[in-house]
Design a protein around this ligand. Structure first.
Ligand SMILES: Cc1cc2nc3c(=O)[nH]c(=O)nc-3n(C[C@H](O)[C@H](O)[C@H](O)COP(=O)(O)OP(=O)(O)OC[C@H]3O[C@@H](n4cnc5c(N)ncnc54)[C@H](O)[C@@H]3O)c2cc1C
Length: 434
């Protein structure tokens, strides 16, 4: 077994409510549904199933929220990075329409769930804004706004003056505002969801790595580091970390995506004076660049931001300098800020940036390929997979099922994937005609 992967600790590890670690699984357990992975997707599926009266057992190789769910930027976004809503209908017909509508509803669903379960996740439903970084990109923003409106998402297009007012700078040219979005403390949410699962009778075993799963014709048999679970239904919710803890776990799925390292960081808390003129509505923001500029306030008024970088050396120091310079470029009133926390995590990318839903066998489900938008979507898909396991007709569900396709030359794809950033940066500099 290779050495376990490690990531720098996040700001969220300091600010999320603490959670008592559970025991690891030892021995044999029988349950209705076994969930592999204790992030948003697995916990959301487990919560819906336990609330429906099903016996659920969650197996987490590290700790609840250890994966992307506990180390992301916490932006609750009701759209995807590339796949526009009409493209889902083109690919999957009526199921595609349902899926696009699920994406559009996902942010509102998540905030409702947080309120319903009374989870202390520092949730702020202040909206999500995607400003256009060039005049030419306003056309994309406007088209995207109209497309999502056709799918029932409440979004509006802000012109340049309204964008300057919202952002507190004239760096951007217009953009799409989704009032149902916002931001959360992601590790607090993961831990809160885990608490809700347990309150509803679900069992969680942390430090319990799954090495394999098979279907014996009747049940799923899941082998862990020190035990076995037998279950009628299975949810594989390991996403970008599929194969990272146990290299032989779901190889075709693991090879269908590339885990990409994304860096996150936090500034010192900003003064009241600065905040009065900088993103005063506290929206979550991710702009139209491929080499994305994104940020949101946390509950302590830090700006939580991040980015990606190529090359070696002291990567943490280099990315912190790059992102601080980007912020100062966007907001002249903000001198390049010092970053007090810098951390990273894997997100799962596939070649066309369409998330994938897979049926692994009888009552066996997985989804993979968040492409950086999995906070709201992971929670929504967890619910949808739970509904399938609970016996709802697949035709009524938003599950666009495909067969897993391993990327050709996966090890090479993994090595060269970071170079994609160079292509994105080049694309960012080309301004499409208005
Ligand atoms: C740095 C970063 C920033 C991001 N920012 C945003 C954002 O602002 N907004 C947004 O919408 N999305 C964002 N994302 C994406 C989002 O965080 C993810 O899509 C989402 O958290 C995925 O949740 P998940 O439950 O599917 O997977 P994860 O949270 O990754 O959970 C998978 C779990 O499976 C466990 N596991 C893996 N292998 C095994 C095994 N063999 N046995 C047992 N357990 C195993 C892991 O330990 C892990 O806890 C970001 C991602 C990253 C990395």
């Amino acid at each position: 077994m290779s050495a376990p992967i490690t990531f720098p600790p996040s700001l969220w590890a300091e600010t999320a409510p603490t959670r008592m670690p559970t025991v690891a699984l030892v021995g044999t357990v029988e349950t209705d549904t076994v969930v592999i992975g204790g992030g948003f997707s697995g916990l959301s599926a487990a919560l819906h199933l336990s609330k429906a009266g099903r016996e659920v057992t969650v197996l987490e190789g590290q700790a609840v929220g250890w994966g992307a769910s506990g180390r992301n930027n916490g932006q609750v976004i009701p759209t995807l990075t590339a796949a526009e809503p009409d493209m889902w209908v083109q690919r999957f017909g009526e199921t595609g329409r349902k899926f696009a509508q699920l994406i559009g509803a996902s942010a509102g669903m998540l905030f409702d769930k947080i309120r319903e379960e009374r989870i202390d996740a520092e949730a702020e439903q202040t909206g999500w804004f995607q400003p256009a970084h060039s005049a030419g990109r306003t056309k994309l923003s406007l088209n995207r706004t109209k497309a999502w409106q056709r799918f029932g998402l409440e979004v509006e297009y802000l012109d340049r003056a309204a964008t300057c007012d919202l952002m507190g700078t004239d760096h951007w040219y217009g953009g799409m505002l989704a009032p149902s979005g916002g931001h959360i403390n992601p590790l607090a949410l993961a831990r809160g969801l885990a608490g809700a699962v347990e309150r509803n009778g679900g069992k969680i075993f942390e430090q319990t790595r799954v090495d394999s799963y098979t279907h014996d014709g009747t049940d799923w048999i899941v082998k862990t580091s020190n035990g076995t679970v037998k279950a009628r239904a299975l949810v594989l919710a390991t996403n970008a970390y599929t194969g990272e803890l146990a290299p032989r776990l779901a190889r075709r799925l693991a090879q269908s995506i590339v885990p990409v390292l994304s860096w996150q960081m936090a500034t010192e808390p900003l003064s009241d004076d600065l905040r009065a003129g900088l993103l005063k509505g506290r929206q979550a923001v991710s702009d139209t660049r491929g080499d994305l500029r994104f940020f949101r306030y946390d509950a302590r008024n830090r700006l939580i931001t991040g980015g990606a970088i190529l090359g070696g050396g002291d990567v943490r120091a280099r990315i912190a300098r790059k992102v601080a310079a980007n912020l100062a470029d966007c907001f002249p009133q903000l001198a390049p800020p010092t970053m007090t926390h810098v951390w990273s995590g894997y997100l799962s990318m596939n070649w066309d940036r369409f998330p994938r839903v897979h049926q692994l066998g009888p009552n066996g489900w997985a989804w993979i390929g968040c492409n950086g938008r999995g906070v709201a979507l992971g929670n929504a898909l967890g619910r949808e997979i739970a509904r399938a396991i609970d016996g709802e007709d697949l035709r009524d569900l938003a599950l666009p099922i495909t067969e897993p396709q391993a990327l050709p030359f996966h090890p090479i794809a993994r090595r060269i994937a970071p170079l994609y950033l160079t292509w994105l940066q080049r694309k960012d500099r080309i301004d499409p005609k208005l």
